[in-house]
Design a protein around this ligand. Structure first.
Ligand SMILES: [Zn+2]
Length: 285
């Protein structure tokens, strides 16, 4: 594995779902990915993850882009919308299907008791059964990787998760599936995102390997929790960022990432000018 960080061209990304405006919690993830990209003198891409149409709120993508601009976070290439890439996802799905790496699953929610999928439908469906969802055939073996924030990780995906869904019963592509295709197609080398996605990483690495893609390095940063210890999210109605005070919002996220307050910051550009070298020093970039 290449350890010389200058030996490849860094491409990072921020990939919000447009289910509402940015809030303090999503800003932490956005900030960490932006700092890491800038510290590596790499590219920072913006991907709008609007694949989950029922949760998408019209105009939230534009709001998020306006918020990022206001916070001084500029993406380096035109944003990508997942909803524009459905043909691509279908093509990859058909390729996996032709390789017999996916199979139809007729199990109803009631039949699935939680825990690893036991492979009930992996040998084919009985006559008259209809595929509801489609699952990936997960190869045996333990997935190991080193997360740049959380340290060494391992997961036996076949045993602990089982063959997982890549096309859902409601016809939508699963998050795990599209994110791996997008990262591969955009040449993403480094994923910096919230800790809640650490558990998805092994599945994504399995998929990347089956697609012949190089798995990006990952860094999963701590989540901002509310007073009840829940992830701050649009689903539990986190208030949007205070537009009036971009610097204060940046400082709050910065503090959450464990850094001491920066002295005398009066503008967003000053914030980034001071924050990027501190991030680089902390991670020895
Ligand atoms: Zn099944």
């Amino acid at each position: 594995m290449a350890s010389d960080k200058r030996s490849y061209h860094y491409i990072g990304r921020f990939a919000p779902s447009p289910s509402g405006p940015l809030h303090d919690g999503s800003l932490v993830a956005a900030m960490a990915s932006y700092l890491d990209a800038r510290a590596h003198k790499g590219q920072w891409l913006l991907r709008i993850e609007d694949i989950d149409a029922p949760r998408t709120i019209a105009g939230a993508d534009k709001t998020i882009m306006a918020q990022l601009s206001c916070l001084g976070m500029q993406w380096d290439a035109p944003p990508v919308w997942q909803s524009h890439r459905l043909d691509r996802y279908r093509t990859v799905f058909e390729q996996l299907k032709a390789r017999q790496l996916v199979y139809g699953c007729a199990c109803t929610r009631r039949q699935l008791t939680g825990g690893a999928y036991p492979g009930t439908c992996s040998r084919g469906l009985a006559a008259g059964q209809q595929a509801r969802a489609w699952r990936l055939r997960v190869p045996a073996g333990v997935v190991r990787f080193v997360d740049l924030w959380q340290g060494p990780q391992s997961q036996d995906v076949a045993a602990e998760v089982g063959d997982f869904i890549i096309k859902r019963a409601d016809g939508l592509w699963a998050y795990q599936f599209v994110v791996v295709i997008d990262d591969a197609d955009q040449g993403v080398t480094d994923i910096v995102r919230g800790m809640d996605l650490l558990n998805s990483t092994a599945r994504q690495r399995v998929l990347a390997q089956l697609l012949g893609a190089r798995a990006p390095r990952t860094m999963h940063v701590p989540l901002l929790l509310d007073e009840a210890g829940q992830k701050l999210s649009k689903q539990n109605h986190a208030p949007p960022l205070d537009h009036g005070n971009a610097v204060a919002a940046l400082e709050k996220a910065w503090k959450h990432l464990g850094f001491p307050l920066l002295p005398r910051i009066e503008s967003v550009s000053e914030f980034w000018a001071q924050a990027v070298p501190r991030w680089a020093a902390r991670f020895n970039i």
